[in-house]
Ligand binder design. Structure first.
Ligand SMILES: *Cc1c(COP(=O)(O)O)cnc(C)c1O
Length: 477
């Protein structure tokens, strides 16, 4: 709250405070009452007047501070702040395409349309139109998932963490699950393989060492309590150097010999070979299924480019058990997710059109020259906005795929780099600039590296770029 403390104004007395009713009946407040309703406006006004009264009693306010017009202006500001959405759209200039903290994959327009449809109209979510009987929501997309992955059956839950939890709970509760010591992953946001195991009631049996796990290590650990051999994709780290990972095909054979299911938590789980677009190769779900693995779990909103969801695909007999488990009901997805998933998965039927249609892939394959042009167009307006204390330049930089996909690979990109031009306290000045960008009405999220701000333009849309150009030309730090 900004208060005018001009010394020419006399101090306000409690009697100078306007009565609640008097303010409420001012015509200037009518639009706010129409917008927010009388109840909320009255409640907020009462609160504001009580706070003003306290400050009047402490002799902190002048008569101008308690002028009804000024009170109304403050009230409207408060109402707007109170009712503004807390979930805001931001401009992602971090260079990380699938940024977990910024909501991961962005949906293509076709998925947005599909979601809009089911938001406002009844659907056959769990109604079999052929028989007129109750249906199974998985059946809406199960065939499509099987077609794209080569799996016999599939089920969908809230996210991949839920998929792993459900798979373990349904198939390995009170039993042992063998995992290599090199794969005891922690994903950000407290998803840790050992913890998810204990939550599922499974006993984790660690085998091998951090860098090397052999076939014999798995073989030795199998006993009558073993319910699963599990491999976990090292999503956000890499084990390099003197390493040994047991071949999936060997593990599959071992599982078959002992009749123990072999499962893979693939993490990001792409459905197409990304190498065809010059991106690093990531094993596809189909490759893993074809290797003979019994179950594969993966995310919907990482490389797949869809909404938040978790998939379990693989052997029909196991999927049947999982579908009947009570946790499946607790972790199921809603119709919005179903609509978006069906739409995004359908795009994979035309793989050659994916870089155009699937937002995630479009961003990942964006040509560096195009990103460079965008950065160059923005340079002068940002320089104008931040002033001579800072120096804005264009520079090549490296984007990350994010969300634990290929942690050591990076994509050549381009963006703006802002240095502090002065000699003193550069760190603090850069932090202040970062805060200024983050507090814009459309927050701009970059990253700080070695006393400079990096604004990677890979994920910047043409519309956002025009908006930035406009705002930066009109505002000053
Ligand atoms: C990302 C990831 C998860 C968690 O997936 P969510 O969809 O975020 O729940 C689990 N395992 C691996 C290997 C991952 O990469």
């Amino acid at each position: 709250m900004t208060l005018s403390t001009s010394s020419q104004q006399p101090l306000a007395l409690p009697a100078d405070l306007p009565a609640l009713d008097k303010v409420l009946h001012k015509p200037e407040l009518t639009p706010a009452i129409n917008q927010h309703g009388l109840t909320l406006v009255t409640q907020q006004l009462r609160l504001l007047l009580a706070q003003l009264r306290t400050r009047v009693l402490q002799q902190q306010l002048t008569t101008a501070d308690v002028d009804p017009a000024y009170i109304i202006a403050q009230l409207i500001e408060r109402l707007n702040a109170l009712t503004a959405s807390k979930l805001k759209t931001v401009i992602n200039l971090t260079g990380t395409v699938l940024h977990t903290n910024l909501g991961r994959a962005l949906l293509p327009d076709c998925a947005v349309e599909a979601v809009t449809q089911v938001l406002t109209q009844p659907t056959n979510l769990e109604f079999d139109l052929a028989s007129g009987k109750r249906g199974d929501r998985d059946s809406l997309i199960e065939e499509l998932i099987c077609e794209l992955t080569g799996a016999e059956a599939a089920t969908v839950v809230n996210n991949n963490a839920a998929a792993v939890l459900l798979m373990l709970n349904a198939l390995a509760s009170q039993k042992e699950v063998i995992v290599s010591r090199g794969e005891l992953v922690e994903i950000g946001g407290s998803f840790r393989i050992p913890d998810i195991m204990s939550s599922a009631g499974s006993k984790l049996v660690e085998v091998g060492t951090t860098n090397r796990t052999h076939y014999a290590d798995y073989d030795r650990a199998i006993n009558e309590h073993t319910a699963m051999l599990m491999k976990v994709h090292c999503s956000n780290y890499a084990v390099v150097g003197f390493t040994k990972e047991t071949d999936l095909s060997e593990l599959v054979k071992l599982g078959q010999q002992h009749q123990v299911p072999v499962t893979v938590d693939l993490g990001s789980g792409t459905l197409v070979d990304l190498a065809q677009w010059g991106l690093p190769h990531e094993p596809t779900v189909k490759e893993i299924v074809d290797a003979g693995v019994d179950l594969v779990t993966f995310s919907g909103d990482k490389l797949l480019g869809g909404p938040q969801a978790g998939f379990i695909v693989g052997r029909k007999s196991l999927i049947e058990i999982i579908k009947k488990h009570p946790l499946k009901r607790a972790l199921r997805v809603g119709k919005l997710t179903m609509a978006a998933l069906e739409s995004v998965l359908s795009l994979y039927r035309s793989p050659e059109l994916l870089p155009e249609r699937l937002t995630t892939l479009r961003l990942l394959t964006r040509p560096q020259a195009e990103i460079q042009q965008q950065a160059e167009r923005l340079q002068s307006s940002l320089q104008l906005a931040v002033g001579g204390d800072y120096q804005v330049s264009c520079a090549p930089m490296h984007s990350q795929i994010g969300s634990g996909a290929m942690p050591i690979e990076s994509l050549p990109s381009f963006g703006l780099v802002v240095h502090y031009a002065g000699s003193d306290k550069a760190g603090r000045q850069i932090m202040q600039l970062e805060r200024w960008l983050r507090n814009q009405s459309q927050p701009i999220i970059g990253r700080i590296h070695k006393n400079a701000i990096y604004l990677d333009c890979r994920c910047l849309t043409a519309q956002q770029a025009s908006l930035l150009q406009e705002t930066w030309s009109a505002t000053r730090l």
